[in-house]
Design a protein around this ligand. Structure first.
Ligand code: FES
Length: 112
């Protein structure tokens, strides 16, 4: 063991482009911050991660149904913005940990 964070790899789809993202545990505060750093997405994460704006909404497909537990207030923020389907999440409420490994994250910014 060298003490460094666990290596994490997942796929992001944004505006028809596919990106393989490599990171490690807790390298970023949350997935919204990571996406803004690695990929430029217009008007993404406007409330700065407070779970209010839903501009950071993503559709998540993860092995074993991981990542589908919503945080407090997430459901109502998502519903307000019309993201009703079962696997929508606010990416600012997703932490960078092993649950992301192998996931596919579809950025939904084009619904605005
Ligand atoms: S950044 Fe506003 S809800 Fe996630």
């Amino acid at each position: 063991m060298d003490g460094s964070g666990q290596h994490i790899s997942f796929t992001v789809i944004s505006e028809g482009e596919e990106y393989i993202i490599q990171t490690c545990e807790n390298e970023y505060r949350n997935l919204m911050v990571l996406l803004n750093d690695k990929i430029y997405i217009e008007d993404f994460g406007q409330c700065g991660g407070q779970g209010r704006c839903a501009t950071c909404m993503v559709e998540v497909t993860a092995p074993n149904g991981a990542l589908l537990t919503l945080e407090r207030n997430e459901q109502s923020t998502i519903a307000k913005k019309g993201g009703a389907t079962g696997n929508c999440r606010l990416s600012c409420q997703i932490f960078i940990n092993s649950a992301l490994n192998g996931a596919v994250i579809n950025v939904l910014s084009d619904i605005y």
